[in-house]
Write a protein that binds this ligand. Structure first.
Ligand code: F6R
Length: 593
């Protein structure tokens, strides 16, 4: 799980690839590196640490019109200089950056490269030497294709060859790689957001494709060496989404964008009171006997609300699966299930693996995603755009609320029930605005009280419990405080033993049926020393509650309670001076198993 970017053209390649790399930092940021053409040679700069550090160690004194670069999220080997990319072959002819994982790299090393020296622990260094190994008997192109045919796993590669100084070779399998064209040259990147703003068309390489970029020209080949058509698409990037604007952090900007995202969703999916969703999708869901949601992390927690909507509104049995669990397990299937994948990035490898598995079995596949050009969108029969625009902060915020809003609309369309959903979603957007404007001081105050805790618990029941799951994940990721979400009734079955004097226990209460029982469970924790906090809905609030959220429809409350949790996590992390947009050990898009 890394980001790669390359450029060849008439402009300064260093600026273009470093700028691109900064936008790819969400994919990993343990170490970074760059290889730049300098006359008839390539110069390499790399180190552990962030891209800001790479910018400092890069030499700006020479002209360069060609380069490749990499930002790493370590998978094979420690975070250190040696394991940083680019990697170079033993005879120094080939230079390579790699995103992905080669599963058979140890075997390749033993079988073909026993005479080679290795300076890193990476699988990537095996690839570059395998190419060198074959290049002794064939052309660079043939050697790259030969090496590709032997690799098992996922790879997006950019390769430079000192004997073909004007060429960038690109290779792709199971991990994204896009080629963008502008008047001044050609940029290649793991994600189109890394393209310079003047790129006006791009193509996403298909799996097992090999591209040669030379003389401002792109040629694409299959593994056999036959040229295939290059299908370009127009590029439309939302510049505002990928800039931080006046905000100190993307995360806060993205939290505060949520009212607009909800309004965009309403505009896209409603024509007056009618829902605008593909009739074939609605029929496919109606004809299914079970809905299987598949997702990871925040998207998984959003899926629990999908389950709620489809069971309550449509009466269709629904289950939520952790994608990585479905890769290896084979749960019993009903006769006509449909699979709904929820993914902000559309590139989460665990989801893609499961998607391919069930697509091959002939099941219908739906994606609810923020990336309609992604790999998951490509494999889907139906795609629903969550309209959140680019989410840069590693901790997901707007994609959670956007996914839930889209699921509620889809469920309404399938149920055909006359609900007031459009107005209720409009109300949600207003209430989120109110939380952002009016409740901020209270949330900050609560953050200051819990910021030094060693452990925090969120408790709730039913849909509040699912919001707790997401609230706890946010706190964990960016504050690094061990935060757990518990169904409040389950706390007393063991976990209450962890409550110590002053342990914050935060109850979310937005449901009439469970209001008093969750409050009783909180009292049980308080009696054992916990410091209790309550986030409640106005209609159920007690005057002493810490955060009181204006009312919204009872089935949409996670869309507002979670915003309080997002802001709480944000301010705790801010007080702790943590790197909010780039929390330690994480990456935005998890493209490894
Ligand atoms: C948490 C977070 C992750 C992602 C998860 C799935 O803030 O961002 O838990 O939600 O990695 O990612 P997508 O939705 O891109 O499949």
């Amino acid at each position: 799980m890394c980001g790669i970017v390359g450029y060849v053209g008439s402009l300064d390649a260093r600026t273009i690839v470093l700028d691109g790399l900064k936008k790819l930092e969400y994919r990993g940021y343990d170490s970074s590196g760059i290889a730049l053409r300098c006359n008839n040679d390539f110069k390499i700069f790399k180190d552990k640490g962030r891209i800001a550090h790479l910018c400092e160690i890069t030499d700006y004194s020479f002209k360069t019109n060609m380069g490749i670069a990499h930002t790493r999220w370590a998978t094979h080997g420690m975070v250190n200089y040696e394991n940083s990319h680019p990697h170079i072959s033993n005879n120094k002819r080939f230079i390579l950056v790699h995103n992905g994982i080669i599963e058979n790299y140890r075997k390749l090393k033993i079988d073909y490269l026993s005479d080679y020296s290795f300076y890193s622990e990476t699988d990537s260094e095996v690839i570059v030497n395998l190419i060198e190994f074959y290049s002794k008997k064939m052309s660079a192109e043939q050697a790259i294709r030969k090496a590709m045919s032997m690799l098992e796993g996922s790879y997006a590669l950019l390769i430079l060859d000192k004997e073909n100084m004007d060429t960038i070779y690109c290779v792709k399998n199971k991990t994204p790689l896009n080629i963008g064209v502008s008047n001044d040259g050609i940029t290649i990147a793991s994600d189109i957001i890394a393209f310079p703003s003047n790129v006006n068309k791009f193509l996403s390489l298909d799996d097992q494709r090999f591209a040669i970029i030379k003389n401002n020209n792109v040629k694409i080949f299959d593994l056999m060496g036959f040229e295939v058509e290059a299908n370009y698409k127009e590029l439309k990037l939302d510049e505002y989404s990928i800039s931080k604007g006046n905000y100190e952090h993307y995360m806060l900007k993205e939290i505060e964008e949520q009212p607009d995202v909800i309004r965009r969703i309403i505009t896209k999916y409603f024509d007056n009171e009618n829902v605008l969703i593909d009739k074939n999708l609605i029929e496919a869901i109606k004809n299914s006997d079970k809905i299987n949601f598949v997702a990871c992390g925040t998207s998984l927690y959003a899926s629990f609300m999908g389950k709620y909507f489809f069971e309550k509104l449509c009466g269709i049995p629904t289950e939520c699966f952790i994608a990585s669990e479905l890769v290896y397990s084979n749960p019993l299937m009903t006769k006509k299930p449909i699979f709904i994948f929820v993914s902000q990035s559309g590139e989460t490898l665990d989801c893609i693996t499961v998607m391919k598995k069930y697509k091959d079995l002939g099941y219908k596949i739906v994606s609810i995603t923020n990336s309609v050009e992604s790999t998951m969108a490509y494999f889907s029969d139906f795609i629903l755009d969550i309209c959140a625009n680019t989410e840069v902060s590693v901790a997901s915020t707007k994609s959670y609320t956007a996914s839930i809003a889209v699921m509620s609309i889809l469920a309404k369309a399938v149920s055909n029930q006359k609900t007031n959903l459009k107005n209720n979603l409009n109300r949600v957007s207003l209430v989120i605005e109110n939380i952002i404007q009016d409740l901020k001081p209270l949330i900050k105050d609560m953050a200051s009280k819990i910021k030094d805790s060693n452990a925090i618990f969120y408790i709730g029941r039913g849909i509040d419990y699912w919001a707790c799951d997401e609230g706890a994940l946010k706190l964990k990721e960016i504050s690094y405080i061990n935060t757990e979400s518990y169904s409040s009734g389950e706390l007393k079955h063991g976990t209450i033993a962890l409550i110590e004097k002053g342990t914050p226990v935060i109850a979310i209460v937005t449901q009439e049926g469970t209001n008093s029982i969750v409050r009783s469970n909180l009292e049980e924790a308080i009696s054992r020393g916990a410091k209790g906090y309550v986030i409640s809905l106005e209609s159920l609030a007690y005057s002493k509650d810490d955060i009181i959220i204006p009312n919204v429809a009872h089935y949409l409350t996670p869309l507002v309670s979670v915003v309080v949790c997002q802001m709480l996590a944000y301010y705790v992390a801010l007080y702790k001076n943590n790197d909010i947009d780039r929390p330690k050990n994480l990456a935005k898009s998890v493209t490894v198993e």
